[in-house]
Design a protein around this ligand. Structure first.
Ligand SMILES: [Zn+2]
Length: 321
């Protein structure tokens, strides 16, 4: 018997990736377009439709049973709409209905990208076998998602677990979200780089002032670079510990570009966690790097709709419009 496939879409501010994913989470076919993020909403939708059309032209398309979308947020899974911060022309854009039409009426499911990454890690990655987990994406922003009671917990709108906008410094700097002292404002890649520059760290001859360059300097022992990662780790630890106390997770999985810093991030993160995760029922909480890499968005978007054994896809399939 030929295996069923899910068409997955991973929609971000720089690229729109698509794939046909099989029941074991393997990618069978890919298509991709740059996101025309500064254009009008219909132009952005056209790029999505092109990705779908490229997938639909393949003979395997006849085995596709549903479309799963993981999108930059905020999303509203109950309404089937998206309002990605980095795609200004899409505000309450009816993505589910439009994708459904473009995909010939197939059922369509939608989750935020943090939830998609969580579904991928629970299905195939470091959260596999864990019934209660928090997964984080630390990169340009900080996102996340939750596995509770063995199932993905997207929440009513698909944004639950968005740890980047938990306040860990309640008198802290204003955040673009409207809050103050958010995890993202301290721990995102751009904020790690900014803090290092403010402290006197300077990029090398190549001019690379990214968080990855700060990580390289930290690895070489630069005290300001190390301090910037330690501060980011502290914010993440406080957010992770708060989550653990609220819902009793036993593992936190950290992915995204900043997690590529390795021990420069994970060593102070584990140390800091001991300062915040102090109650008996959270003391055994572990923090590990994500395993699913750059395909997490696609694999997770598929997992969120197919609900494979163990992945606990709970997004359901929205039969919107
Ligand atoms: Zn915020």
């Amino acid at each position: 018997m030929q295996t069923q496939l899910v068409a997955a879409l991973d929609i971000g501010g720089t690229k729109i990736a698509g794939a046909l994913v099989d029941g074991r989470g393997r990618i069978r076919l890919r298509a991709q377009r740059a996101t025309p993020a500064r254009e009008d909403g219909e132009t952005v939708m056209r790029a999505v439709a092109e990705v779908l059309a490229e997938l639909a032209a393949a003979p395997q398309w006849s085995r596709v049973s549903a479309v799963g979308i993981g999108s930059a947020g905020p999303v509203d899974a109950s309404a089937g709409t998206v309002s990605p911060v980095n795609v200004p022309a899409w505000r309450d854009f009816p993505l589910v209905a439009r994708v459904r039409r473009a995909a010939g009426g197939l059922p369509v499911g939608l989750v935020g990208d943090g939830v998609a990454m969580t579904a991928a890690e629970h299905w195939q990655g470091a959260a596999r076998g864990h019934d209660n987990a928090l997964c984080l994406v630390v990169s340009t922003g900080v996102g996340g998602g939750l596995v509770l009671g063995g199932r993905i917990h997207p929440g009513p709108t698909g944004n639950a677990g968005h740890i980047g906008h938990i306040s860990v410094d309640f008198d802290g700097e204003p955040c673009p979200c409207g809050g103050r002292g958010c995890v993202e404002g301290i721990a995102s890649g751009p904020n790690i780089a900014r803090r290092a520059l403010d402290g006197g760290w300077r990029p090398g001859p190549d001019g690379d002032a990214s968080a990855a360059a700060v990580a390289a300097a930290a690895r070489a022992g630069h005290p300001v670079a190390r301090a910037s990662f330690e501060r980011a780790a502290q914010a993440l630890a406080a957010g992770i510990a708060a989550t653990a106390v609220l819902v009793e997770i036993d593992i936190a999985v950290v992915g995204g570009g900043v997690a590529g810093a390795g021990d420069v991030l994970f060593a102070p993160l584990r140390r800091s966690l001991c300062d915040y995760a102090t109650l008996s029922f959270v003391r055994r909480l572990t923090v590990v790097p994500a395993l699913t890499g750059t395909d997490a968005g696609l694999v997770g978007a598929a997992a969120a709709v197919v609900a494979p054994t163990g992945a606990g896809g709970a997004a359901g399939i929205a039969d919107a419009v």
